[in-house]
Ligand binder design. Structure first.
Ligand code: GDD
Ligand code: MG
Length: 379
């Protein structure tokens, strides 16, 4: 994870570089690691900085010249279209294709190929639906065109690459191997990982086998490399975060509010706090560190909230302290209760005088009585 706004390139690729005009967004995953946030809501629809996370990705794609986006949906597919419709509110043309049974990342791409408008040699952008990044999308397309690659991949460097796809490259940036989620120390050959944004030459998508699950990471990329295809890596060290875990999601939302993570879709000015219209925050409550408070949420007198996301209709009672946490829709946090690094599922009620720390997840609708959970003996 990196969070240095000063790393964001100041210039776009030359204006003469023709941008890609269409993209596929992979939004069908179950979001298992994000539960309970993803019990009622698919991962890309969980609010970050006051709007469904996907809004930030769509707005960034639009700003890079993308006009047509196909959403490859599966888990809780029915919630995307009622929210985004035909995409015109964002200046986009959106289409939705749903897999009855999940087809994996590659199968999902093949499954939407019939909706693409690009010619066989044209570039098509592909994005994982849980990545927050300042990637220069035009530069990735320019790299793809310059190197005449079959697929170009955004790569980033992370201290611990084990949870990702490892992508070693040669001196020219050409990909030499793709190792998804390495299991042994010998497989950790690089700190460069697949950052989850690609440019595919359209014909490569058409060649993915149809009608069965395919993983681009475990099947398509390794098979193409073995067959001598040209996969090009572009290392871009701008802001990058996979929002696949609760801690990362809360961090990403706060970074959007603080302006560390770039997005044209943050609904308001970036700063220490983002209070959406329809939220009710007591005058003496303290909101800091990129905290967002959604419509219909209530924050009581003397409450302190730092680096956290308070979702619609949640209620933080007087004197509660909430740090680096996410409080789900309609959930309630009682007076003087302390949360640090916690996720509270939708509709859960935590009574007064509790203390929950470090990765605790309170399930949707759960009830915790007054003073039932405490860690400090003297508090
Ligand atoms: N339509 C559809 N169907 N989408 C899917 C499916 C499917 O069967 N399975 C996963 N997806 C979507 C997810 O919703 C997500 O947006 C994206 O594909 C990647 O899935 P994750 O579950 O988030 O994968 P990951 O984070 O473990 O690993 C991926 O991302 C890393 C970067 O964050 C891989 O691409 C790694 O190689 C990469 O390093
Ligand atoms: Mg992910």
């Amino acid at each position: 994870m990196r969070a240095h706004p000063e790393d964001v390139p100041l210039t776009d690729a030359p204006a003469a570089t023709p941008a890609a005009t269409e993209a596929i967004l992979l939004v069908g995953g179950k979001g298992t690691r994000l539960r309970p946030l993803t019990v009622h809501t698919p991962k890309p629809m969980v609010p970050a900085a006051g709007v469904p996370f996907l809004t930030h990705q769509l707005a960034r794609a639009r700003a890079a010249g993308i006009e047509h986006i196909v959403l490859a949906t599966s888990y809780l597919a029915e919630v995307f279209e009622p929210h985004f419709g035909d995409g015109s509110a964002l200046g986009l043309h959106l289409e939705y294709v749903t897999e009855t049974d999940p087809l994996g990342t590659g199968g999902a791409l093949r499954n939407v190929a019939h909706r693409l408008r690009s010619a066989p040699g044209d570039p098509v952008l592909v994005f994982n639906g849980d990545i927050l990044t300042g990637l220069d999308i035009r530069a990735l397309v320019a790299t793809h065109r310059r190197t005449r690659a079959d697929i170009s991949l955004h790569l980033t460097k992370v201290p611990d690459p084990r949870a990702f796809g490892l992508v070693p490259t040669d001196d020219s940036g050409r990909v030499t191997a793709f190792l998804e989620k390495p299991q042994t120390p010998e497989e950790i050959v690089t700190d460069q990982i697949n950052a989850g944004a690609y440019v595919f030459t359209r014909s490569v998508i058409d060649e993915i086998p149809a009608g069965r699950p395919v993983s681009v990471e475990r099947e398509t990329f390794p098979d193409l490399l073995a067959a001598g295809a040209h996969l090009q890596g572009m290392v871009d060290s701008t802001y990058w975060l996979d929002l696949g875990t609760p801690q990362a999601f809360v961090r990403g939302s706060a970074d959007l509010v603080l302006g560390r993570a770039p997005s044209p879709a943050v609904p308001g000015r970036c700063g220490e706090r983002l209070v959406l219209p329809g939220a009710d925050v007591a005058e003496d409550a303290k909101l800091s560190g990129g905290t967002s408070v959604a419509a219909g949420a209530v924050v009581g007198s003397g409450a302190r909230i730092d680096g956290s996301a308070i979702l619609p209709g949640a209620w933080i009672e007087a004197g509660a302290v909430v740090k680096n946490s996410l409080v789900g829709a309609g959930a309630r946090v009682g007076s003087r209760t302390v949360l640090d690094g916690v996720v509270v599922g939708d509709g859960a009620h935590i009574g007064p005088d509790n203390e929950l720390l470090d990765g605790v997840r309170v399930w949707c609708g759960a009830r915790i009585e007054q003073g039932a959970i405490r860690f400090s003996s003297d508090a």
